[in-house]
Design a protein around this ligand. Sequence first.
Ligand code: ZN
Length: 463
Amino acid sequence: MNVTKTSGVCEKFISKPRFRNYEKVVVVVIDALRADFIPSVTRKSEFNITLPFIDSMMKNKTILSFINKVHSPTVTMPRIKTLTTGDISNFMDALTNLHASELKEDSILHQAKLHNLKSVFYGDDTWLKLFPDLFIRSEGTHSFFVSDYQEVDTNVSRHLESELSKTDWDIMILHYLGVDHIGHAYGPYSDLLPPKLREMDNVVEFIYNKLRSKSEIQSLIIVCGDHGMTAGGSHGGITKSELLTPLLFINTNPSEATLKNPFKKIKTIDQVDFAPTLSSLLALPIPTNSFGNVIPQALKFCGFTHDQILHAFFRNVFQLFEVYKSVFPKKSKFFIRHIKKVVLNHSAIHQVKKVKGSPIYNYSYLPKFYMGLLSHMKRDLLASVAEYNLSNIMIGPKPMNIDSATPVNFLSLPSTSASKSSPSHITQKIKPIPNIVNKKRFKELTCIPSISEFFSMLAENYE
Ligand SMILES: [Zn+2]
């Protein structure tokens, strides 16, 4: 298994779990759930579908919703891999979709087990082929009999009552296949679809009520699709209806602060963002190969403070930089300068807090800087895999070697002339990060931390 490396002070710090706000997280994957199958999420839909529970929760803003743009190929197995690893599987996965074998790559489920979180699973047995030893209890359903759209789901739901009354698990994953089967057999315009979606709505309501009745336990429900489906009910391509799925966060004990949906517009995220976000919510290290960016709005909705969100960004930047460096060794030198500057600013806030008793710098800058770095690295990585997949249709797959990446060594930072060695288009693309630390004020501090000091200082502040 490929787990987070532990060498070096920053590695140790990054992988240290913190801020676990939830005792139980239930992830409901509804296979082939198109974004517009939940009209209250897309606000525009050709489907006349009402989902009493989800619609009412959307209305009173106790659900935080996103459009989750999934990656190609839009078939189940590679999409499960992305949800759990944050990595985008290569094109060859489409060909082996029906022959999943054990996933050796670092994932949320591997990290959960390493950190003593117990997982249970019910639904599409692809999960059990990918993760044969990671669930304390499970039962798989088959996706071969597409004519069965009823039993395949009741075989999942029948476990809910007993599982939800047990206390020995931390993560429950459910993967319902009925919607996908209706799509394949009858298409999305079938009369069978609205009642099937209402059945899914009932499932979510049932879980919500069960978890909410235990008010002493903080729980989170996440509802998502793995991919969508075409007007003909198939999937595997790259049309909008296959690529766009919903992603819902439902907090069973929301506080006043979290009940403010921050979006006027519908926010779209990438499917790779799911894994680092869920990892952060569970206080687990982000899977080693993840390309994703944590979703700050989701963290906030789930009770993270501003400071905790900054810490999640910090962990994400260092994890993603490891991946970036192995794919773009030259460009990564250019990034180090920017990362250093952002983290230095981050640490300065804590330093000022200690010396003066209150922060003097505007906190609102930092998330923007972190997000700029994260989205830039993600964009480059996603683009590189798209190119890679195209070239490998002809020459076959070659796994990306993450193991060869060496840990970031901040004690031997390259000189600022590193940018000169970067290709010029990269230099133009990245936005300059202004130096928000006022030099004069910074001098007033009792000490200006060295790079190694600010790692331990940041660590201290998050103990
Ligand atoms: Zn699927």
